[in-house]
Design a protein. Structure first.
Lengths: 185, 420
């Protein structure tokens, strides 16, 4: 059964169809939740929260093919709501703790990742979020705009400015640090 | 030096090693099962039904609240609160609080029985409700009452900026005279707000159950017993409670069907926590009750495999092992040894504890197992396959596996005595 057919079933209240839609792309959902929540327990809670919300709201979804971007937007919003609840989601101006450096992350074991984490930590939180959603989670610009509540143009410019900043950093000759910290890549 | 795009790609590859935990599917299924059925009430049907009920009530068949429902084959669950009130089954509350964003939350009324305490509410003036603004019910408290939220639904009403909804909680004690509903409001902008609203409860509105009794019977399954402890058939639902006494907790809950007077009553949810389980069905459809039967259709089974399985001629043709089929799709040389691709039905799980192959006279345990991936047979069936890797230079000849878990058909009946 394709996505549209499954969405149709799910709209009729078929819970298994909804579950199948999620399970087909379960790793991508989980990685997205994990990126925000930083640990398995909270990532799973966020996904539970998401699937119940999807079930309640799927009748509002107009186009079946938009299911994946729509549901991932809801997931990100559930994550942010949970983080707000835990008071861990700081305003965007503040620097977010690099989630992948959380102590209980079993995947933090390669130099390249740590390297990239350090690089990303020098971006502002908005640029970093947009770049991670685009390059790690493969999400479309429009979806990122919906997830973050920012206009499409803003997302594009956040990404391109962030990439420029990263390029400058690894270029080495013009080390840019807009917070005046000592660069320690 | 790598470009930033290459570095990001590398970072992505590392991130992509994060895989969803195996428990995820079960967790999501449970979460969904706890969510009540999306009932987008068909107003026309509800109106017709309530009119029919009203007519019957007028000619005096009505005896007491619960009875009217069974008699008219009406489900109280399909009625709006005003329709519930028309039949004298609920308690009108009409109590409101104003939320921080100006929205007004009103409890219109409640109904109560042995399985549920249900609150009918409306939200007015919610400014531009979006996908993400929400509120979460927590519990209803009172003397001898601390009832958890079980689920609910809401929908647009016919009025602008108004939502009507239903929130269900565990049943409340008849000794509670005042109840307090607590919930958390997550407005579109700003912090969450804890809210509560208290109201008087008239326990005399609680509807009687048609069946409320112990079952005290068990079914023997491959790895232990499944006990069915009690049944409560109230006007809003039928609840069967039981517990597992098994060597290990099952991967899936299995299916138990309920028949009343020989007619199936639809299951609405099945939840287990710890060793206990609760299966909910629709309310009983008819009265008087002649027979009540639970049919334990299927549950997790374990099939022991005593014989080695030949890997000599892999193909897309299935081999029968016990009640189930397996497909040894390929045995191929890899960089580090041999890969064996085995397909199976979605809920047939090979026991991987001692899974190994016999190769060149040696027993070689499996070194890694891939994630499952679908294999579409293009005939309406989708199987699931995994690659099992073995560190051996000799070609594997036999697969050695202790057994598999699967959904086993039991079809055992439990009759529940009826007081006639």
């Amino acid at each position: 059964m394709n996505v549209s057919q499954l969405v149709k079933q799910a709209k009729k209240g078929n819970k298994e169809a909804l579950l199948q839609l999620i399970m087909t792309d379960q790793d991508a959902y989980y990685r997205l939740a994990y990126a925000y929540m930083g640990n398995e327990h909270d990532a799973m809670d966020a996904m539970e929260d998401m699937i119940v919300t999807l079930y309640e709201k799927i009748h509002q979804l107009q186009k079946g093919e938009a299911f994946y971007s729509w549901s991932k937007t809801i997931l990100v919003n559930r994550c942010k709501a949970m983080l707000r609840k835990k008071k861990r989601f700081l305003p965007l101006e503040d620097e977010r703790e690099p989630s992948a450096c959380a102590d209980d992350n079993p995947y933090r074991d390669t130099e390249s990742e740590i390297n990239m984490q350090v690089l990303l930590s020098h971006l502002n939180a908005q640029q970093r979020e947009a770049i991670e959603l685009r390059y790690v989670h493969d999400l479309a610009y429009q979806t990122i705009a919906e997830m973050t509540g920012a206009p499409l143009g803003t997302i594009k410019s956040r990404i391109s400015q962030g990439i420029q900043k990263l390029k400058t950093m690894i270029g080495g000759d013009r080390y840019e640090n807009d917070r005046g910290e000592t660069g320690g890549v | 030096m790598k470009t930033i795009e290459e570095k990001l790609e590398e970072y992505k590859q590392v991130s992509n090693r994060i895989q969803a935990p195996l428990a995820l599917e079960g967790r999501l299924r449970d979460a969904l099962q706890r969510a009540p059925l999306n009932k987008r009430t068909n107003k026309a049907v509800a109106w017709l039904l309530s009119t029919a009920a009203a007519l019957i009530l007028m000619i005096g068949v009505y005896e007491y609240p619960a009875f009217a429902y069974y008699l008219n084959k009406l489900s109280i669950n399909s009625l709006s609160f005003s329709e519930v009130m028309e039949q004298g089954l609920g308690q009108k509350i009409k109590k409101s609080i104003t939320l921080q964003d100006g929205a007004v939350f009103t409890i219109n009324g409640v109904i109560a029985d042995d399985n549920v305490f249900r609150i009918y509410y409306t939200i007015d003036n919610r400014p531009a409700v979006t996908e993400y603004s929400s509120y979460h019910f927590e519990r209803v408290k009172g003397i001898l009452t601390d009832s958890k939220w079980l689920g609910g639904y809401r929908e647009d009403s016919n009025k602008k900026d108004q939502y009507v909804g239903v929130a269900e909680f565990e049943s409340v004690s008849p000794f509670s005279r005042t109840l307090t509903l607590s919930f958390v409001d997550y407005p579109d902008h700003g912090e969450k707000i804890a809210c509560s609203i208290s109201f008087n409860f008239d326990a005399s509105i609680a509807m009687k159950s048609i069946v409320k009794q112990d079952i005290s019977q068990f079914i023997t399954v491959d790895k232990g017993r499944i006990h069915f402890d009690s049944m409560t058939a109230s006007p809003t639902s039928t609840v069967v409670k039981g517990r597992y006494e098994l060597e290990e907790m099952p991967r899936f809950p299995g299916k138990t069907m309920l028949y009343v007077n020989g007619v199936e009553v639809a299951m609405t949810s099945s939840v287990w926590s710890g060793t206990g389980f609760v299966i909910k069905y629709e309310p009983f459809p008819t009265n008087p009750i002649q027979s009540i039967e639970l049919v334990f259709k299927n549950s997790e089974g374990y099939h022991k495999i005593n014989e080695p399985i030949s890997l000599a001629s892999p193909s897309d043709r299935s081999i029968k092992v016990g009640d189930e089929k397996l497909w040894i799709r390929s045995v191929t040389k890899s960089e580090t040894g041999y890969d064996v691709v085995i397909a199976r039905k979605k809920f047939t799980f090979l026991d991987t504890d001692h899974l190994s192959v016999q190769a060149g006279g040696n027993i070689v345990p499996v070194s890694s197992i891939s994630k499952e991936r679908p294999w579409d047979l293009k005939n309406g069936n989708i199987m699931w396959e995994q690659t099992y890797s073995f560190d051996t230079t000799d070609k594997p000849e036999f697969l050695l596996v202790d057994g598999y878990q699967y959904i086993k058909a039991y079809n055992k009946k439990i009759s529940i005595p009826v007081d006639k």
